[in-house]
Ligand binder design. Sequence first.
Ligand SMILES: *Cc1c(COP(=O)(O)O)cnc(C)c1O
Length: 411
Amino acid sequence: MTRINEHYRKLGAGYLFPEIARRVGEFGAANPDATIIRLGIGDITLPLAPAIVEALRTAADEMGRETGVHGYGPENGYDFLIEAICEHDYEARGVGIAANEVFVSDGSKQDSGNIQEIFGAECRIAVTDPCYPVYVDTNVMAGRTQNARPDGTYEGILYLPATEANDFAPPPPEQPADLVYLCSPNNPTGSAASRANLTAWVSWARQHGSVLIFDAAYDAFIQDDDLPHSIYEIDGARECAIEMRSYSKRAGFTGLRCAYTVVPRQLEGTTSEGDRVCLADLWSRRQATKFNSVPYLVQRAAAAVYSPDGRKQTAEQVAHYMRNAALLREGLQAAGFVVFGGEHAPYVWMRTPGGMSSWDCFGELLSKAHVVGTPGSGFGASGEGYIRISAFNSRENVEEAVARIRRVFSG
Ligand SMILES: *Cc1c(COP(=O)(O)O)cnc(C)c1O
């Protein structure tokens, strides 16, 4: 029989979200009258902004005309989108990113999972713990780890605990690491890294010749203009960092699929012989071979995010989710919970009461308030003792969830 990639067998039993769905389904079946409010999964709930729908319609009409049809697009994205990215996401914040450093893709999940392919099998990986599960699982699949330990961590990965003591923004470690995944604003903790924290990371990475993979999927949710939106706002980051951004959360593209990765031309890796190699060239080669560009329609829709109407409308959507986050923060605090995050990210990170486990607290919230959160332990061992509550929902559902939680848990 054909041999499988046995590294896959090291992966934890199931992905977190199917397990949550199973438990919620079981509860729903046993309690058919309960109206369950889902604040678990991180998916958008508002419809697409009108400017984006308009761009899709216009592009669809264009594709239906002989003179307007578009086949395979340029591998790294159409110029109209890349130019808008360079201007609005970077120049506007004083950062110079060139068009040939931007690689448009169909998602940051893919990009953050695929990027490890251009690095050596022996590279030592570091992640902040808890983190977006894709960073760890894709390195497990690639064979960079041993088997999982009982607490779900892997031998071979350096875990950097994100705790209340370090404001959920771990400082660089003493040990070396080749590739470090950072995410700010953070999923799941909802915290945003300070300029000082990112400066420390950039200087550490340059000193050790390490590469930072900076996932900025939630940058549009930052409320304080002094906080960095991009790692490239930090001097020296062009020599040590790759950045990823997505339209999924900022503009409701989870179902449309568009994102991009920036790999600066200065960023280099090394061969075993010590030859220096441009990482942007490797990533470009990888994408050209394994990826065939984002649909024209979708790239037109992404470009519409930067039009005056698109910016205004998507900013209103972000404001809606952030108002939800504020209501969750205040409501949970009033119910006696200790909460973090929710100020620059659509997630509130809640400490479980009385040292309860994440899954027990998940069960309590579900059975008593009929509210679904995400157990923090599902994002890493250091997430144990926390629950992630998502602000992606209607105002009505968030208000109702807060009212129920207060009724059930206060006092
Ligand atoms: C949602 C999310 C993304 C976005 O993924 P897409 O594939 O672009 O939808 C990336 N990183 C993190 C941490 C996320 O939570």
